[in-house]
Design a protein around this ligand. Structure first.
Ligand code: ADP
Length: 161
């Protein structure tokens, strides 16, 4: 039986931390669907299409990874696609409380949902899309934190990198 997992998130924009989680999940599961959440309340810097295009480019050499997007509740996406495994990355203790709450709510709403947490590598434990945007907005170099495609996209958005 093929084990398919979904890796949901904002990916605004994709970082090397996200790619590390995708690469490591790829070893554990037969297929990974990276699902970009279309959440306008978060006022993202990049549109869903831009985020998907960046992810497609950044994962083009990975086998068995596809990119998709969804609106609203993740559990509805799980039911629609018939996927029950959710991958989430865990960085520091601060991620834990929020992730535990989300995983518990998803389990409550969809009994078959199982959340699989992957610890970040030490190298990327401090890395988030928000910090990347903050550095870039202030003219800092983010080239060691994000794939080239993100670097170019940030450059176009705010003339940095
Ligand atoms: P969300 O808004 O859903 O938290 P993100 O794009 O910020 O979306 O993160 C998606 C997932 O990737 C989350 O599980 C988050 O904890 C994880 N993640 C983000 N950055 C890293 C990183 N540097 N290392 C490991 N996991 C990460």
């Amino acid at each position: 039986m093929n084990k398919i997992a979904v890796y949901p998130g904002s990916f605004d924009p994709v970082t090397l931390g996200h790619l590390d989680i995708i690469r490591r999940s790829n070893v554990l599961f037969d297929h990974i669907v990276v699902a970009v959440l279309n959440n306008s309340k978060k006022h993202p810097l990049f549109s869903v299409d831009e985020r998907k295009t960046m992810l497609e480019e950044a994962t083009k050499d990975f086998k068995h990874v596809t990119i998709d997007s969804f609106d609203g509740l993740l559990v509805n996406y799980l039911k629609k696609t018939n996927i029950s495994i959710i991958i989430r990355g865990l960085r520091a203790i601060t991620d834990f409380e929020y992730e535990l709450q989300i995983a518990s709510v998803n389990k409550h709403l969809c009994h078959s949902a199982e959340t699989c947490f992957i610890m970040s590598t030490n190298e990327f434990a401090f890395l988030s899309s928000s910090i990347v945007k903050e550095i870039a907005q202030n003219g800092g170099d983010v080239s060691s934190l994000v794939p080239n495609v993100t670097c170019h996209a940030l450059q176009e958005k705010m003339f940095v990198c």
